[in-house]
Design a protein around this ligand. Structure first.
Ligand SMILES: Nc1ncnc2c1ncn2[C@@H]1O[C@H](COP(=O)(O)OP(=O)(O)OP(=O)(O)O)[C@@H](O)[C@H]1O
Length: 357
């Protein structure tokens, strides 16, 4: 069950590849409008590519060079949308049996398959209900059963938790973790937690292009895109390397950190990135910063203060660069911080990781 696709959709600015190995779950992440749903539409046969090709298990799904195009129902691709989209007039059991029936299974076999998959998603007791009699979480579980009952070769999940309230999400997350194991699947999500719990590999899309991809843990530890750094909760700046462990960032000047041991060391002038944790950023009122010039010291203006668990997150802007710092409420009060305040942000070089971008 291997999926390979490269597709261009001109009017949406999408030009990207998506490959999924047999039994692998890939998380697709990216800001709004990055092209995530478009990739799903291409794979499912709901969006036509201007250029490109896709194959599933060696079978061509579309190929713009030859004109081949397989209609959605014949692709072996199941798409689980953000909303469960169950047929309102059918019972839960008949909703789940619909796929096998449509594929030609006899009534009894389709019912047996539906019962099996409802059991797999802990929804056997809901078999006789109508969709209107289900909670959001129950409906989404039934939708998962319906998608699986079609025995897809590729399962696509578009933000499966988006329509659920926070109380219902953990149970569905546990369920998906179980049913996605060993399955060839792609999940669109905005959460690092889902990438970590559900996916073997992450693809980050930005502006219709793949900005970076890699194993989930490695990508969150060493992000190379602003989006992935945000997911990992890290400050992120980019610029040409100036020496080992330092780079030049427009608006901040030279940023000093520690280079990686071994590989990933950028040569001088090459694209480099620096990441550092918000908790490692010290905040001072302008004019009150420590003497003896720490190596990274940047003037900035406070834009916003945001409560974040037991901390206060300070969103600050230096020319051209947005940075965040986490302070205790006591420290924020003592500094008398408010939007518009002029501050100096200080980060020790030892807290900054610099590597090839
Ligand atoms: N039906 C459509 N017709 C034309 N353009 C579209 C259509 N749907 C989306 N687009 C455009 O294509 C681009 C990619 O959108 P897409 O919905 O794939 O992004 P996304 O990453 O799924 O975003 P989100 O996280 O907001 O769902 C955007 O510029 C969007 O405005």
């Amino acid at each position: 069950m291997t999926f390979r696709m490269h597709a261009v959709v001109g009017e949406r600015g999408v030009d990207a590849s998506l490959d999924v190995a047999d039994g692998e779950t890939v998380a697709v992440l990216g800001p709004n409008g990055a092209g995530k749903s478009t990739l799903f539409g291409l794979a499912a046969g709901l969006v036509r590519a201007d250029g490109g090709r896709a194959e599933l298990d060696g079978r061509v799904l579309f190929d713009t060079a030859t004109g081949e195009w397989v209609p959605p129902h014949a692709r072996g691709v199941a798409l689980l949308a953000q909303e469960p989209l169950l047929f309102p007039h059918l019972s839960v059991l008949d909703n789940v049996a619909f796929g096998p029936r449509a594929a030609g299974a006899p009534r009894a076999a389709a019912r047996a398959a539906a019962e099996h998959w409802l059991g797999e998603v802990d929804a056997a007791a809901l078999a006789d209900r109508r969709p209107a009699q289900l909670s959001g979480g129950q409906a989404q579980r039934v939708a998962v059963a319906r998608a699986l009952a079609a025995e897809p070769h590729l399962l696509l999940l578009d933000e499966p938790f988006a329509a659920l309230d926070v109380a219902a999400a953990p149970a569905l997350r546990r369920l998906l973790r179980r049913v996605l194991a060993g399955r060839t699947a792609v999940v669109i999500t905005h959460e690092a937690l889902d990438a970590h719990l559900l996916a073997d590999r992450v693809v980050v899309l930005e502006g219709g292009r793949v900005a970076e991809e890699g194993p989930t843990a490695a990508l969150l530890e060493r992000p190379r895109s602003r989006f992935a750094a945000g997911l990992a909760g890290l400050n992120f700046v980019r610029g040409p390397a100036t020496a080992e462990g330092s780079l030049f960032v427009a608006g901040l000047g030279e940023v000093f950190g520690l280079g990686p041991a071994g590989h990933d060391v950028p040569s001088s002038g090459d694209d480099a990135v620096a990441v550092f944790r918000p908790a490692d950023v010290a905040v001072f009122r302008a004019g009150e910063e420590p003497h003896g010039s720490p190596r990274n010291s940047w003037r900035a203006v406070v834009r916003e203060l945001e409560p974040r668990g037991p901390q206060i997150r300070v969103h600050a802007a230096s020319p051209g660069t947005a940075l965040v710092a986490d302070l205790t409420p006591a420290a924020a009060a003592e500094l008398d911080l408010a939007p518009g305040a002029d501050v100096v942000l200080v980060v020790k070089a030892a807290a900054v990781s610099v590597y090839a971008g």
